[in-house]
Write a protein that binds this ligand. Sequence first.
Ligand SMILES: [Zn+2]
Length: 322
Amino acid sequence: MQAVLSMIVNHAGMGMKRLGVLLALLVLAAVATAAPFADVKVQKINDRVYALLGPTDSPNKQNGGYMNNNLVIIGNEGVVLVDAGSHKTVAEHIGQAIKTVTSKPVTHVVVTHHHADHHLGLVAFPGVRVISSDSCAKRIEENGRGMVSWMSRRTGLNLGDTIPVVPQTRIPSKSRQAMEIEGVRLELIATETAHSTGDMMVWLPEDGVLASGDILVHTINPNFMDGNLKKWIGVVDDLLKLPLRVVMPGHGPLMQPRDVTEFRTLIGDFYRVVEEVYKSGGAESDVRKRLDLTRWQSLGRYDDMMGGNINKVWLQVEADNF
Ligand SMILES: [Zn+2]
């Protein structure tokens, strides 16, 4: 090693001190790209369906962007994966966890929506077929690079190796498509705008398992900022008609049907309170006084979400009542 180093030094005409600085920078760069992700919590749902559950904070420097859930559906020759994680190394981390449950390769990825934490990891699965709603694919096509910059700012990581991948198979919004992939029957439910424009859920009718994307989140505050809460409530009412056994939300632990009903009540109450304040001539600042804040404070990401959520729903109630 010493010999190699001095060879480089002699060759480059570089002093030992400068080389030391260079090596220190290289080490720093290595640390900056290899984020110490939390362990993937692997939860078996049945012999062919596994949930990989991640932490639930928004992407930040501490979690390095690993804060996702992924569903692993093991088919005949390969795996259908739901969502791909926040960037390339997060996806590699998820890929290692997949190897603990099957030796089959990932052949398909279904992306639930266009938010960066759900698809930027696609680059780590070269050659797979990627399926999303039409408008999700369009948004990735138009602003994939911007999403990488956003994730890079949030995590403080250099994400130069995270190249956005545009889904090849596009499902029209507000449609429900039954298909068989890798011998597994599944339904892709592309809803109207709920959590985001272009939301899509994956329903496994034979397993009673729903991967909801961020239309459902558990133990944390949902993010209303990019969606439409009134329509969202309708979408949750519809999904409650499915014979659900287990739901994997976009973030948070697995849900039972009663947890989904509770979530429906929670977001329903939010809209109702904002509308009541609006209709009684109150101001946006009155909403906090009327909401059951202790209930929302008991859920994660409260400080991140509540201000923006109230503002968003206030504007929507205004528009809905115009
Ligand atoms: Zn998300």
